[in-house]
Design a protein around this ligand. Structure first.
Ligand code: SAM
Ligand code: SF4
Length: 333
C-alpha cells in the first residue's frame, strides 16, 4: 500500500505535530493571548504517536519524519519519540527513516546533544531577524539570544546542515533579507525565506501585505549574485547559489510560486488527524480507530483513503479559497 493520490503524487514525507502549544507568539501565527489549546485527552500519547508513525513507515512507505508543532521542544517525550522512530525499518528494508525537526530553538541549547544522540538527523530553526528588538516585536517575547544559542548548539551537536526559516513581514523585518542572509552565511546556516501564508489563527493574512518571493529575491539580489540551482525535486524551496558559493539560499513561495504538483508530504496532527495538505479543510481521524482497537492494516487503509481526496493545488489564488479553521500551530508547519 502507498500514500498515493488521484494525481499520482506519492507521500513519503510525514510531518508530525507533537503539540499545538508554543512559548512564542509570532504575529503571523497566533494572537498575543495564545489559543485555546487542544484538550489533553484528545492529544495522542507517545505510544499512540509511535504506533501511527510506525504504520506510516512500515506499511505505507514513509521515509522521512519531521517533528513539528506548535513547538515540538515542549513535548517531554521528544527524545523517546525520536529514538523510537529511528528504530523503525523502512518498508524496503534499506535502513531507518530520516528524522528532522522544525523548532523555534528555545531550549535547544540544553537539549540539542541529547536529541542528536536519540537519532535526530537535522533541524530547521525559525529566526526572522538579526535584531533582538525586532524579534521581540514579531514574536512578542524577548528571546532572540536563546534562539541564537539554540542554533549554535544544534550546529555543535551535528544536527546539520542547520537550516533557518524566516518569514518577512511588512513594517517589521521587510528589509532584513540581505542582513539575515549574511548572518546565516557567516555561521554556515542555510537560510530559507517562507512567504507568509493564510494560516494564522486570527485570519489576519492579506495578499497586499504579504512580501512575495519576487520582492525578497529582488532585495537580496541588490547585494548578492543569485544563481538558480537545478534539481529541486519535491523540495518546497527553490534554491540559489549565493555569489560563487558554497552557500545557498532558498525561497519557499507557497503563495506566488506554488509547488503542489510535486508535493510528497502528509501531516499527522497532535490529536491524530491526517491532513493531506497544509491547506486541507477536511481531516481524516485516525485517533478514534486507534483507540477503538483497529489493526495496523485497518488504520493504514484509512490513512491511504485519506490521500485520495488530496486536491491538485492549495487554491489560495482562487477567488473561492477559504482558510482552514485549524491554524498552522495546530496543523504542524
Ligand atoms: N514552532 C516551530 C517553529 O516556529 O519553527 C514549528 C512550528 S511553525 C508553525 C513551522 C514554521 O511555520 C515556522 O518556520 C514558522 O515560521 C512558519 N510559519 C508559521 N506561520 C506561518 C505563516 N502564516 N506563513 C508562513 N509561515 C509560517
Ligand atoms: Fe510558535 Fe512556531 Fe507559531 Fe512562532 S511560528 S508562534 S514559534 S508555533
Amino acid at each position: 500500500m502507498e500514500l498515493i493520490d488521484q494525481h499520482d503524487r506519492i507521500a513519503t514525507d510525514l510531518r508530525v505535530s507533537l503539540t499545538d502549544r508554543c512559548n512564542l507568539r509570532c504575529q503571523y501565527c497566533m494572537p498575543a493571548e495564545g489559543l485555546e489549546w487542544m484538550p489533553t485527552d484528545q492529544t495522542l500519547t507517545d505510544d499512540e504517536l509511535v504506533r501511527l508513525i510506525s504504520i506510516g513507515v512500515e506499511h505505507l512507505g514513509i521515509t522521512d519524519v519531521r517533528f513539528t508543532g506548535g513547538e515540538p521542544l515542549l513535548r517531554k517525550g521528544l527524545p523517546g519519540l525520536i529514538s523510537a522512530t529511528k528504530a523503525m525499518t523502512l518498508r524496503d528494508g534499506s535502513g531507518s527513516p530520516r528524522t528532522a525537526m522544525t523548532s523555534n530553538g528555545l531550549g535547544l541549547k540544553r537539549t540539542a546533544k541529547a536529541l542528536a544522540e536519540a537519532g535526530l538527523d537535522r533541524v530547521n530553526i525559525s529566526l526572522d531577524t538579526t535584531d533582538a528588538e525586532v524579534f521581540a516585536r514579531i514574536t512578542r517575547r524577548d528571546r532572540w539570544q536563546d534562539v541564537v544559542d539554540g542554533l549554535a548548539a544544534a550546529q555543535d551537536a551535528g544536527l546539520g546542515p542547520v537550516k533557518v526559516n524566516a518569514v518577512l513581514l511588512r513594517e517589521h523585518n521587510e528589509t532584513e533579507g540581505p542582513a539575515l542572509l549574511r548572518w546565516c552565511m557567516e555561521r554556515d546556516y542555510e537560510l530559507r525565506f517562507i512567504e507568509q501564508m493564510p494560516l494564522d489563527a486570527q485570519h489576519g493574512w492579506s495578499r497586499a501585505q504579504m512580501i512575495t518571493a519576487d520582492e525578497t529575491l529582488g532585495l537580496i539580489s541588490e547585494e548578492f549574485t543569485l544563481t538558480p540551482l537545478e534539481g529541486r525535486g519535491s523540495a518546497p524551496a527553490e534554491k540559489f547559489l549565493v555569489d560563487d558559493g558554497p552557500h545557498t539560499v532558498g525561497i519557499i513561495g507557497s503563495v506566488t510560486r506554488p509547488f503542489c504538483g510535486d508535493c510528497n508530504r502528509v501531516r499527522l496532527t497532535a490529536d491524530g488527524q491526517i491532513l493531506n495538505c497544509l491547506f486541507a479543510r477536511d481531516e481524516s481521524d485516525l485517533r478514534a480507530p486507534l483507540r477503538d482497537g483497529a489493526s495496523d492494516l485497518e488504520i493504514a487503509e484509512r490513512w491511504a483513503a485519506a490521500m485520495m481526496t488530496k486536491l491538485p493545488g492549495h487554491g489560495i489564488n482562487d477567488p473561492s479559497f477559504l482558510q482552514s479553521s485549524r491554524p498552522m500551530s495546530a496543523i504542524g508547519g
